[in-house]
Design a protein around this ligand. Structure first.
Ligand code: PMP
Length: 287
């Protein structure tokens, strides 16, 4: 059975799924998105991603296309029709379809909704996590509202490609003070020399990762120390461990920064343990 997508009220074969050429998401990146990891067919960290979706939409004055309850049912139906147990769900909501004009359509048009579901090879992801990945650094060049999860991802795409070209998996943006903001599609963390977990505070221009937020609870319950404070690429290299978090990567050990090893240059025990604990917790919070 082939993949099924949801487009504006209809489930259609993935290959035939299309949006209008004047969808504002397509022309102006006037759209937001969310990504849920799927564990056993359920939406991991279900609630947190909905709260952030509503916030992103609110910040851009785009209406929720339907109630949270209705949207949950549609997302679940999309998952069911794709028969995916381990994977990801992508939801995009744009301001809608209207004659091209920078200002919002008047009168208002209904938001446009797209959902896709993809399978993830968890065994391959676990293998990659056991080996750890490399990251590169790149100057921060994004707009000032990275807290809103918009589809305006060109700097992120270019940074990720730069990483890919040198065999790295993620690119960390570095601000004008020489401090890491976050990854192109993940939050950045270290375990410092005292064993304290450190990730940047959300007063900075970063996305408030849902994986990051859930990991805070995991860390507290595990009795580990946590600091919301930025770090430089040099500090990451001299840290005991580094890792990234996100719905796609979960908790993924980082073993090198710009080709130079972090700590011993192997996937760290703290990151590996947090990965296991995070997955358990995300499953608990799956809806
Ligand atoms: N930062 C950026 C720029 C991202 O794209 C993502 C992935 N959505 C994250 C952080 C991690 O967020 P989450 O844990 O909610 O997936």
């Amino acid at each position: 059975m082939g993949r099924i997508a949801y487009v504006n009220g209809r489930f259609v074969p993935h290959a035939d799924a299309v949006v209008h050429i004047e969808d504002r998401g397509y022309q102006l990146a006037d759209a937001v998105y969310e990504v849920w990891a799927l564990f056993d067919g359920k939406l991991a960290d279900g609630e947190g991603h909905f709260v952030r979706l509503e916030r992103s939409l609110h910040e851009l004055a785009i209406r929720m296309p339907m109630s949270r309850r209705a949207l949950t049912l549609v997302l679940r139906e999309a998952v069911r029709r794709n028969r995916v147990k381990e994977g990801m769900v992508y939801l995009q909501v744009s301001r809608g379809v209207a004659k091209r004009d920078h200002a919002f359509p008047s009168p208002e048009v209904p938001p446009a909704v797209v959902i896709t579901v993809s399978r993830v090879d968890r065994a391959a992801s676990e293998l990659r996590a056991a080996q750890g990945v490399g990251v590169i650094t790149t100057p921060e060049n994004r707009w000032g509202r990275c807290d809103i999860k918009t589809v305006g991802l060109l700097p992120n795409a270019l940074a990720k490609q730069k990483a890919r070209e040198v065999g790295a998996v993620e690119a960390w943006f570095v601000d004008e003070l020489g401090l890491v903001t976050e990854g192109a599609s993940s939050n950045a963390w270290i375990v410092d020399q005292d064993g304290v977990l450190r990730t940047r505070d959300t007063n900075a221009n970063i996305l408030r990762g849902i994986t990051r937020a859930t990991l805070f609870d995991v860390i507290r319950d595990a009795g580990l120390k946590l600091e919301e404070r930025p770090f430089s690429p040099e500090e990451a290299r001299s840290a005991r461990e580094a890792f990234i978090t996100g719905a796609g990567t979960l908790v993924l050990p980082v073993v090198s920064v710009d080709g130079k090893p972090v700590g011993e240059g192997v996937a760290g025990p703290v990151a590996q343990r947090l990965r296991r604990l995070y997955i358990e917790r995300a499953k608990d919070r799956a809806i």
